[in-house]
Structure formats: C-alpha cells, structure tokens
Design a protein around this ligand. Structure first.
Ligand code: BGC
Length: 759
C-alpha cells in the first residue's frame, strides 16, 4: 500500500506532530488513532532480541522475554563472513516480526580505538571497512524481513568513560577515514531505516544536536533517507536537536520536550516545515513496518542451532602446537575453569539477552568424550582460592590433556564503564601457569569481549579465542576442540602484547571533558604495522586445521583511472587433508607518497570453503575508495596519481602475493598561488609543473648548483645539482626575488601566470 504520508502530516495538529518526535515510553512510539497512526515498538539489539514487557530500563537491569543470544559483534566480525551475518540478520528480523518489534537497535559499528572500551564486545572491529561489511550484511538480513535497524552510535563514541558528556576531539581526515567510515559504507550499501546518534560531543558539539553530522554528512553527503533517533537520554537541547536533524527523541520526556517544540514553532524559533519533515521520516518507517507485517514464529530451538553455527565460524584459533584437534579416544581429558560449566558469552548493559538456553562446553562435551572437571577459580572475585587451585592442578596432572576455560568475568567489562587495564584476573593467570607446570598439553579457551594480555602464551600448546560467542558457545567450542569443525575465524582486531603498545594509550580516555584522538588515522594495525611493532597476534590472523596456498594473482589492468574498477583474482588451494575455510584479505599500500598513510589498509576480503586439495579462483574488486584518503583541501576522497601495491594476505602480517598498479587521478588538488607557495607544490600541479621546473632549474644554476663537480671544487663536490634541486623544492616563490634578483613586479606577474596555469 502506498501511503500519502505528507497528507497525513497535514492532518496532524502541532501538538500531535511534536508528540510524534519523542517516545511514548521506553520502547514505544506514540500512536495517533484518529489518523490511523499505530503505536510501534523498538527493542535492543544488536545480537538478540531484548524485548522488555514489564519494567523497562535501558541498561539490561530488568528482565526481557526469553530470546536467543547470538554471538556478539566482537566474535561475529571474526567470521569475516557477509553471508553468515546476513543469515543472522534474517533470523533476528523474523524474531522481531514474531514479537511485533518494528526496529531492532543495532548493529553497533563504533571503531575499537582502545582495548579498554567497556563496550568493545558490541563493536565489530578496529578496521572501518570490515565493520562496514559486517554491519551492512546484518542490516540487509534484518530489513529483508521488513523490520528496521538502527545503526549506532553515531558517532565517535569509542569509550564509555563520561560517554554522555565527553567531547571526542578528532581532525576531519581521521573522522572521515576511521570513525565515520564504517557508518558511511554500511549506510550507503544497506540503507538502514534508522540511525541512532551517540551520547557524546564531537569537537564540542553534542552528536544529538550536530547539524554537520546529522544533516550535512548523513543526509546531504551520504543520502540517508530514514529517521535519526537519539540514544536513550542523549538529548541535550531538543529544539536545537530537531533543527540539526534529530527526528526522534528516545525515550519519552514526559511531554516536556514536546512542549518545547510546540512553543518554538509558535514563537517563530522553529520553522514548522522542519518539524513536518521529521514527522514524515518517522511515519515512513512506521508504515514500512506495519504495512508489511509477516507471519513469523520465533523458533528458539532452530535459532539456538544457528547461534552455534555462527559461533563455530567466528572463533579464532590463535595457537596450535599439534595439540588440536584433540582425538578423544583413549585419552583422559580435563576441562578446567568455571567458564566450562557456566560460560561467559555476552556482555553487560543494554544488549544483555535473557537467554533461552545456554550450552556450556562441559555439557556439550558429554556426547563426544569423557571429561573430568575442576572449577579452578571464582568468577565473582579475583582472589586465589587455594582449594580450587590445588584441585584443578591435580585434575590437570592426572589427565592427558587439560583444556582451561578462562577469560574476563562480567564485572571486568560492560557498557557504562571502561576497563582500566588489559589483564585477566590474576587468579586465572596463576591457575594457567600452575597447570602448565604439571601438564605439558594445555589448551586455553578464552571468553572475553576485548583483547587480554597473555603472560602464559608461551607455556601452553593451544589457544582458542572464543570471544563472547552467544548462548551456544559450548557446542561450538567442543566442535572445534575435537575436530568436528575446522576453525575459520580470523582476528578483527590486533592483540598487542601490552596495553601501552596501543596507539591511543597516551590519550585514552582523556580528561573527562575531552578526549583527543591524537593518533589520527593510525588506529589498530594501521599503527602497529606502520611502526613495525611486534604484536602478540596481528589483525586478520587465525589458524586452521588445514593449510592454504595462494598463487597466480592477476589484476584486470596495470593502470586504471580513478573512475574505473580494478578486478583482482588469485587461486587458493587447500593443501591439507581437512575441509576448511580461508579468509583471503586484500590490502592496498599507497606508494605515491602524497600524504602520510598507514603502510597498508584492508580494502576487500573473501571467505572461501575448500575440500582437501581443492583449488578455487577468487575474485575481488577495488574502486577509487579503495585507493583514496580523505583530502580536507578537496573536502572529498582523493587517490593521488601514482603507484599502489595490492597485497593478498592471510593476515596483515602475512602477505602472500603482491602486484603493483598505477592509478590516474581525475582530480587535482586545489592550489592558490602566493609568494609563499613552494616549488614542490607547483611541481605537483600538472598545469604549473613545466613552467616551474624550468624556473627552478635556472634558480639552481644561479645558485651555482649546475657546476660540474670538478676536482678540487669543494662546494660542487659537497652539493650536487640533484641535491640543489631537492633543496629548491622546499623554497617558496619569493626566493626568486632573493636569489634570482627578481623584481617585486615580476614576482607578482609570475604568481598571476602560475595561478592562471593551475588545473
Ligand atoms: C545504549 C544503546 C541502547 C539504548 C536502549 C543505551 O544506553 O547506549 O545502545 O540501544 O540504551 O537500550
């Protein structure tokens, strides 16, 4: 049914329109019965449905309906699997249809700037491209079921500390390339119905009343057509927010901000047309849902199975010295650690799901092997319990293999506050090292939402990173440990050796009022790899029980215009004897030297399944954006003319194949010529290059730089013409006056001539 929303808005009173712009309560929008506007519900998100029926809150304090807790974003991102995320989205969409939820609040795509952010478990990656791809897939999946999504938290909300008041201070290039990047690509590719603005300020202006963010960037630049809602309680000044592009305030304000809107229209401070537009946007999405209701059942058993499959495809095998997969026959296997029995599989706060059922590893292993168990540590308190420790060491000693289930307890990371260090509880670190003293064959399985220091990494034979992998975590762990499935996840973030290695270390979380993003675009592997810094495990890294060989990389052209697309293909072969999946990553390295950039950046990836000895050709595309950086002078993306290396890699530190291509830019950087414009700037512009080269050469000659290096001519021996030319490049035009005796009027004429020649 095609609705004439504009006509409905015309029928609404000023009060009804203002009322439409804030929630009725925590989770509902208001209805206007006389005009057939129904009441709709929104719910968290992002990795399960948190539909609250009774006492409402936004921090997960009160119970919601029983639902399926899928793996959290820190885990699903490691799958690098667009199809899988789309499937998860479809299932979430169906659950929403079954429960009459119009918008599910997610996905959350904020960049993992520091391992300390309490909410990293809800975020995908340190890389904006990977985050965008995972988010776009999830959005497409949910929305294919005619349920809306709300991509969040827009923008630069990369810490919990003072999240409702702190200002993220970011330069424009960094903002565009890193912190807006995931939003931009996901919004353009998947068109989420709504965007949720964040609590924080950006360069001094609250996101909720930031016209540049909510209108100029989001709508004018990116073409977003849905509605913007506030994070819960993120509104500071309501009327200012509405003018900036914040359509819906959540939750309700008990009517007081609605009154402010009415007042502002009446006294002429707010143009009623702005209000009408906001209401139209909200109504469009409401009717999109109510006019497309689908019969759906919430099949929790089926969804639990999907949660197990996603978990198995997301976990990352970090270390394996021949210990995995475990052959259970005739072996005594010990499972150690509380998390084997009661796994940690999700984070605290608004995303907390009232899980329908939970499968821990101990329970899941029953069908496969006989295992002994010892609790090992307490979760509630980081205190060594000698009895538990002793019992665990003894159990491990008596076994042939010990699998320790460890990680971060709930209190260590959550929405609402950040971690202060990157360590695991000391009682768990001690447990692992004590067991490693008596048992050679140890595997550690980690449950955490963000990287931890691993002082014991060299003392164990295997490490499986399970992250926070949803309610079916145990099933997936056991499948991987015993080889029923082959690990195929790769890290969506770098694991540094220690916190102080992280690029944001000196500036995170700021002084409470502001947080400065001083590391610029050098976030995550962009920093570690450019610095050539040793890391515990690099971005994009993960092991398999089989091996893969990369060969025969081809590019569709040696040279492309920046308006063209480059196709890259290569062969990938499973050289082992178990079916497996490889994540092939494509990085681009800018060799033009036009600007300071990370040594490489992820620009595409593909996940491919191969039977033993099978070989497939995979193909990926790169476009202008894959080569470009955000040039503030142009206020646009810019790929300088020159060479770029295309790297096909198994991780950011494991480059298997490379090819060089040339990109020809269709843009020239703007150049305003003045007496202080340098020779090098003029050499870069094709319009002025020839003219300035001739002049520079004669300037060099004037300064004696063309002298041949004769025997005994000390000056000429010390400074060659090439050296003079290099020095000259840094000279401003006014040097012509000092060193060539150019008159002021001649200099002015030259400046004019050069300006006319600029292209
Ligand atoms: C969170 C959002 C969440 C909202 C509603 C806020 O505290 O930041 O992510 O969607 O509450 O629960």
């Amino acid at each position: 049914m095609k609705r004439d929303v504009k006509a409905i808005v015309k029928e609404m009173t000023l009060e009804e329109k203002a009322g439409m712009c804030s929630g009725k309560d925590f989770w509902h929008l208001k209805s206007v019965e006389r005009l057939g506007i129904p009441e709709v519900m929104v719910s968290d998100g992002p990795h399960g449905l948190r539909k609250q029926a009774d006492e409402a809150d936004h921090l997960g304090l009160n119970d919601s309906i029983k639902a399926v807790c899928f793996p959290t974003a820190c885990a699903t991102a490691c799958s690098f699997d667009r199809d899988l995320l789309e499937e998860m989205g479809e299932r979430l969409g169906e659950e929403c249809q079954a429960e009459n939820v119009s918008v599910i609040l997610g996905p959350a795509v904020n960049i993992k700037r520091s391992p300390l952010c309490g909410r990293n478990f809800e975020y995908f990656s340190e890389d904006p491209y990977l985050a965008s791809q995972m988010a776009a897939a999830q959005i497409k999946g949910v929305q294919s079921k005619h349920v809306g999504t709300s991509i969040k938290h827009f923008a630069a909300n990369n810490q919990e500390h003072r999240r409702m008041s702190c200002s993220s201070e970011i330069d424009e290039r960094t903002f565009r390339e890193i912190y807006l990047g995931a939003f931009e690509t996901a919004i353009k590719e998947a068109k989420p119905d709504t965007v949720m603005c964040s609590y924080n300020k950006i360069n001094g202006e609250f996101a909720s009343e930031n016209y540049r963010l909510l209108t100029e960037i989001l709508r004018d630049d990116w073409g977003f057509e849905g509605y913007v809602m506030s994070d819960w309680g993120a509104v500071n000044e309501r009327v200012k927010g509405l003018k900036a592009g914040l359509d819906l305030e959540m939750p309700g304000s008990g009517g007081c901000t609605d009154k402010e809107i009415v007042e502002a229209v009446k006294n002429g401070d707010l143009d009623e047309a702005v209000l009408n537009t906001a209401v139209e946007r909200i109504l469009n999405i409401i009717f999109k849902f109510t006019d497309n209701r689908q019969e759906a059942v919430f099949n929790r058993e089926e969804d639990h199975k999907l949660a197990a499959k996603i978990a198995a495809e997301s976990m990352v095998l970090l270390k394996n010295e021949g210990i995995l997969p475990i052959q259970p026959e005739g072996k005594k296997i010990a499972f150690i650690g509380k998390f084997a029995e009661q796994p940690r599989f999700q984070g605290g706060g608004s995303s907390h799901i009232n899980s329908f059922k939970i499968t821990g590893a101990l329970e899941a292993a029953k069908e496969i092997a006989e295992v002994t168990y010892a609790q090992g540590y307490e979760v509630k308190e980081d205190k060594v319990d000698e009895k538990l420790l002793e019992e665990a060491v003894q159990t491990a000693k008596e076994a042939d293999v010990a699998v320790i289930f460890a990680g971060l307890p709930d209190a260590f990371e959550s929405e609402g506050y950040d971690r202060t260090h990157m360590r695991m509880p000391e009682c768990q670190n001690l447990l692992i090292s004590e067991i490693a003293k008596v048992q050679k064959h140890v595997v550690v399985v980690l449950h955490n939402g963000s990287p931890v220091e691993m002082p014991w990494a060299d003392d164990v034979e295997g490490i499986l990173e399970a992250y926070l992998c949803g309610e079916a975590v145990g099933q997936a762990e056991v499948g991987l440990l015993f080889g029923q499935a082959n690990p195929c996840g790769k890290l969506a973030e770098t694991v540094p050796y220690k916190l102080s290695d992280n690029p944001s270390y000196l500036h995170f979380p700021g002084d409470g009022k502001t947080v400065e993003y001083k590391e610029g675009v050098f976030v995550g592997y962009r920093y570690y790899d450019t610095k050539e810094m040793p890391v515990r495990y690099p971005f994009g890294y993960g092991l398999s029980y089989t091996t893969f060989e990369y060969s025969d990389m081809q590019v569709s052209a040696e040279e492309i215009k920046d308006t063209e697309t480059l196709k890259v293909s290569l062969k990938i072969k499973n050289t082992g004897n178990m079916t497996g999946k490889e994540i092939v990553q494509l990085y681009v390295a800018d060799k033009t030297g036009a600007v300071s950039r990370p040594v490489k950046e992820l620009k595409n990836f593909v996940k491919v399944e191969l039977q033993p000895q099978e070989e497939k050709t995979v193909e990926m595309e790169l476009d202008k954006r894959s080569f470009a950086w955000y040039c503030t002078e142009l206020a646009d993306w810019y790929a300088a003319t020159g060479e770029y290396e295309i790297l096909a890699a198994a991780s950011s530190r494991d480059i298997r194949l490379r090819k060089t291509v040339k990109v020809i830019s269709s843009q020239n950087l703007p150049l305003s010529v003045s007496r202080n414009t340098t020779i090098s700037e003029l050499l870069e512009n094709p319009g002025t290059a020839v003219m300035i080269k001739e002049l520079a050469e004669s300037l060099v000659a004037h300064m004696g730089g063309s002298q041949e290096a004769e025997e005994g001519n000390a000056a000429a021996e010390a400074i060659t013409p090439e050296m003079s030319m290099k020095m000259m490049e840094n000279a401003p035009l006014r040097s012509m006056r000092s060193f060539m005796g150019m008159k002021e009027a001649e200099l002015d004429a030259l400046i004019q001539k050069l300006q006319d020649a600029v292209v």
